[in-house]
Design a protein around this ligand. Sequence first.
Ligand SMILES: [Zn+2]
Ligand SMILES: [Zn+2]
Length: 267
Amino acid sequence: MRSKTLYHILYYRIMKNGKLNHLFSLSTRMSRIALDILFPPLCAQCEVYLDSGVEPICKPCYQAIIKNSALICPICTARIANNKRTCNHSEKLSAQFPYLLGAAAQYSDPIVRSCIHQCKYEKVHALTKTLSLLLITYAQGLDPQPRIFTTNPIIVPIPLHTSKEHTRGFNQSAYIAQAFAHAMHFPYDELLVKCINNDPQAKEKTHAERFARMHGAFAIPRPDAVRNKNIILIDDVSTSGATLSEAARTLKRAGAKQILALVIAKA
Ligand SMILES: [Zn+2]
Ligand SMILES: [Zn+2]
């Protein structure tokens, strides 16, 4: 565990516990003061001292992230103008990707990659705040705004398998999706469950192998909540698109109408 991230881990825990009683209760405030003295708040990226200690990364680090500004085709990553696909893919391929994709940044961006990694594997949950802000700012800046935004779409996170969520302690995509739904005033609902614990295998190199592994990975316990609904799927990273594709196809089979997938980063 790196010391620069200790502050954010402890701060997150204190605030989370504090929220159960009173957000600014005396014990919460005292804990924060003690925390600031014991573990000075440092940027989770460059380790500069943070004045407020509330944001997990400093302003210059956040500003240095190269942000995207358009939706993309999930098949060829071509920019989509006016929220309509213009590239000509085969019917079979189009059916495999029944959604438009939005990515706030690229996974190759070192700050984005490090934030996602620390959030997922080093338990710096406070970084979901930075990642959510990135996604909300991206969505609100899309010009023109996707038409789906005017249809009160349901925000649905990509779920983890229960045993994986138990090991990791939380699902970062669900945190980001909740913050996104709150900021955009859209309903949030965990409509998908992961019924197969299928971690990516290093030996799976091809597109077809990755897609085959995801086959049947998701279930929808309440199909009535999906039928005729527009849905925005939220995940942290999209690599081959196999996860989003399987989730979107599962929702389509249950009668979902339009699907937009939004991720923090496209790899
Ligand atoms: Zn920094
Ligand atoms: Zn395309």
